[in-house]
Design a protein. Structure first.
Length: 350
């Protein structure tokens, strides 16, 4: 085979490795996003500057300008201003939002530049170009959704909209899952195996987990993790909530559906008990793939087991930062493991 022909040959395994690296970066940004949320850093940067915003302020005058812009936000006027926030404190929350955006830019480059290189080299297998372009569009959309989310906390409220936060997180996780699925298809192609198909049980597993992730995002946006109570091994905080199975304080005035997505007590309650539906479905999924794909089965069990323990520990600790971030990080890993398992099941049935 001559050099020219070799350069133009499809390279599914190389593409799969590249995509899995991008998926790992998305897991990282989900964790950093958790820190950004828990430190209330999300609205510390009041403008979206995709290019010039790559660098943080480099002079004291530039820092003061950023701080002055933040001081016009409801969050500062109503909360941080009366609490006596200093420029030094502002620099701390600015860092986490800036770092979050920096990783987002890194992910964009890590996807777009190799995609262009593989495309020019003729290394993309037939039928995969539209899918890869779709993933690129999802990434661009995610950036726009992120700014749409931040704007809700700059103009309307002391915090970002919990609906917009949930949209932002879910688009990131859907993109990650789609990237992993594509990478696994490419690995199968490299081995001469058919693409996986989505089975009924696989769709159910992804569906119940997606609902749990949406509920988790609403819990985060509503600060609902704080409403259960706290204290290590305090059964009134978990498995009970404030000493009761169904907590007091749920506002039913606007109806059950409104409460389900807006009331922190009810959202937290549904999130913690829907988790066991997810566990039951994922146990079955893991058993279905265990014989042929033991590694995927182990990954699923390990991910949801760790996630449950971290969720309980987060509540007991009163939303300790590192536990809450670990809980969000492991949620992304649970989706990654589930996607692997669903893909493995789809390959077995193909």
């Amino acid at each position: 085979m001559d050099a020219k022909h070799s350069a133009a040959a499809p390279r599914p395994l190389a593409l799969a490795r590249w995509l899995l690296v991008v998926a790992a970066l998305i897991v990282a940004i989900v964790a950093v996003g958790g820190i950004t949320r828990l430190t209330e850093s999300g609205v510390s940067i009041t403008e979206w500057k995709p290019v010039t915003g790559t660098l943080p302020p480099l002079t004291e005058a530039a820092w003061q300008e950023e701080f002055d812009a933040y001081r016009q936000t409801p969050q500062y006027i109503q909360i941080n201003g009366p609490a006596g926030m200093t420029l030094a404190t502002y620099k701390f929350i600015f860092f986490w939002e800036w770092f979050h955006r920096l990783i987002a830019r890194t992910i964009g480059l890590a996807f777009a530049l190799p995609l262009a290189w593989f495309w020019v080299r003729g290394a993309i297998p037939q039928g995969y170009k539209p899918r890869l372009l779709g993933l690129l569009v999802l990434g661009v959309l995610q950036g726009a959704i992120g700014w749409w989310m931040v704007k809700s906390g700059i103009v309307n409220d002391v915090k970002v909209s919990h609906f917009r936060l949930a949209t932002h997180l879910m688009v990131a996780l859907v993109t990650m899952a789609a990237i992993i699925w594509t990478a696994l298809d490419l690995r199968a192609l490299a081995r001469g195996e058919p693409r996986a198909r989505l089975t009924g049980w696989g769709a159910l597993a992804l569906g119940v987990l997606a609902l749990q992730l949406v509920l988790g995002a609403l819990v985060a946006g509503l600060r609902a993790g704080y409403v259960a109570g706290s204290g290590w091994f305090n059964w009134d905080a978990w498995p009970l909530m404030q000493g009761s199975f169904l907590p007091d304080g749920i506002d039913w005035a606007l109806g059950g559906l409104h409460a389900l997505v807006n009331d922190p007590y009810l959202v937290h309650f549904v999130h913690r008990w829907w988790a066991w539906v997810v566990v039951a479905v994922l146990v079955v999924l893991a058993r279905l793939v265990r014989s042929q794909h033991r590694a995927a089965s182990i990954a699923i069990h390990s991910a949801f087991g760790t996630q449950i323990l971290l969720g309980v520990a987060t509540v007991w600790s009163g939303m300790e930062l590192w536990l809450a971030v670990g809980h969000q990080l492991t949620g992304a890993l649970t989706l990654a493991a589930t996607t692997w398992g669903v893909h493995a099941l789809g390959r077995a049935r193909a």
